[in-house]
Design a protein around this ligand. Sequence first.
Ligand code: PLP
Length: 396
Amino acid sequence: MPHQNILQKLGLRQVINVSGTMTVIGASSARPEAVAAIADILPRFVEIDELQRAAGRMIAKACGAEAGFVTACTAAAITLAVAAAMTGVDRAAIARLPDAAGLKNEVVILAGHLISYGAPVDQAIRLAGAKVVPVGQATSVAEYELEAAFTPQTAAAVYVVSHHTAQSGMIGLGRFAEIAHAKGVPVIIDAAAEYDLKGFLRDGADLALYSAHKFLRGATAGIVAGRRDLVQAAYLQNHGIGRGMKVGKEGIVSTIVALETWEQADHAAQRRREQELLDLWQKTLANRAGVSAVAIPDPTGNPVDRLRLTVLPEQAGTTAWDLVTALAAGTPSIVVRAEFLELGCFELDPCNLGRDEAEIVAQRLVRVLDDARAGKQAMSAFADWRSAEEKEIWQA
Ligand SMILES: *Cc1c(COP(=O)(O)O)cnc(C)c1O
């Protein structure tokens, strides 16, 4: 019997990830340094508070923060950060949550920031026992609306930075924080997938929250960074509602190592490698009828470009939906970034794969498009009628 990897042993299909860092397919390919650190610590005992202090030192350095700790994921971090703003270090209040009686419990958030990352962000807030106060409209908000949303009961203001949010008509973080701080309210920023580890705290956030399993390529974990008193209050939630969101020693240690490696990494070289993959795919698709491929920058300014493919069904003989479905159905399964499917587009993200896998993606694109042109692939007549839920399975 030749050596089998864990996917083969379990009878699972190999996935090539051209979607970015998506939870539903395992988020990211963990760095070898993180994998080694996990193997090293898993058989050992360690005082978790000590390990968290070491993580706190690394987070403080990497994020330019007073303090920090590691939790299960960003979704957990949102709940713990909101709870911290409500209870402070009052151990009795921490034990009473999610019963918020007697506590400030309103959390202000722009309506355009009420996104889903696979679950609604407002639910992560409500889990702490807080009440969500949306401000403005889905696509617009005025400063007077934000100012009027604060009451004596406001505990925190949550700000989301993501390609999922409304990308215009919102209030910038700097101004948002000024208004919140004028009301004496701390700002919590969900920056789960953002590469900028220092800028949001510098621009006025009191707590910044990141996923360790996205661009940092650690194991699944979340980073809480920021004001010392709030970090301490958030950490104490581990003796309350945070217990069910516990991170293990492997998550903490891999976050430390992922941050260290990130600090030392040659980001320009990574960018060049990614550009080579985009060039390969673009060259592969050049002069193909019905498919255009254009490199586009990340919408929130992360240093990553993606190749956006637009499919014209009449000429290509297939739709974006059918193309994406065919790529995912093959072996290995190829999962693309499929946010704009009903608009006839999808994207290839180069940040999570090597040259070999990129070549497979190129070959499969050619095969699937050739099959479509030859009429070998069924084309669904009502592609744009497919449900939002069906689309959501591609992108959480
Ligand atoms: C991924 C993501 C989350 C959830 O992060 P997890 O660490 O997987 O819980 C929250 N907010 C945004 C904006 C995200 O992109």
